[in-house]
Design a protein around this ligand. Structure first.
Ligand SMILES: [Zn+2]
Length: 173
């Protein structure tokens, strides 16, 4: 993978991307399906993460049930940027779940054994998404192909979980 020297200081080496412009800005868009809120933002510019942009990301990816806001790890954003590049897409990600507070996670765990007690959603390192116009299985395959973290496939709920934890995968075939 060819990596520009100035980019290597980030969490992940992000390859040449459609969503990285000539100045090296990294842009992402989100639409949170539970709140209806959207955000289109350059979260990395001139060789560094943009604190104000990260704050806006934290807000839009907050726990929609409780309103709790938590830091979303910038590395997770780099993973999403790499995922879009691999798929050659630039649409907003549809977000099903970003940050999840301990209270919400405990409630969901009660309802479903599929919800981990120590979910990476609780530390801002995981997100449940789909991408308009991309088959869910293709999104999963692209995420697995990155090898940057965990990938969960939930076709019955129409989302893919990605995180920056250990490389592993579950769900579906
Ligand atoms: Zn998840």
């Amino acid at each position: 993978m060819a990596v520009a020297a100035g980019v290597a200081a980030s969490g992940f080496a992000v390859p040449a991307l459609a969503s990285v412009d000539a100045r090296g800005a990294r842009k992402l868009g989100f639409k949170h399906l539970h709140t209806g809120e959207t955000l289109d933002i350059a979260y990395w510019e001139n060789g560094a993460y943009v604190p104000g942009a990260l704050s806006q990301v934290n807000h839009v990816l907050r726990d929609w049930r409780t309103g709790d806001v938590h830091v979303i790890e910038p590395k997770l954003l780099d993973l999403l940027t790499a995922l879009q590049a691999r798929l050659e897409r630039s649409e907003r990600f549809d977000v099903i779940c970003g940050y999840r507070s301990p209270a919400t996670n405990a409630m969901l765990h009660e309802r479903s054994a599929e919800v981990a007690t120590h979910s990476l959603h609780m530390v801002g390192q995981a997100i449940d998404i789909h991408l308009p116009g991309v088959e869910l299985a293709s999104l999963r395959d692209a995420a697995m192909g990155l090898g940057l973290g965990g990938v969960g496939y939930y076709p019955e709920s129409d989302f893919v979980h990605v995180d920056i934890g250990r490389v592993r995968h579950w769900g579906g075939a």
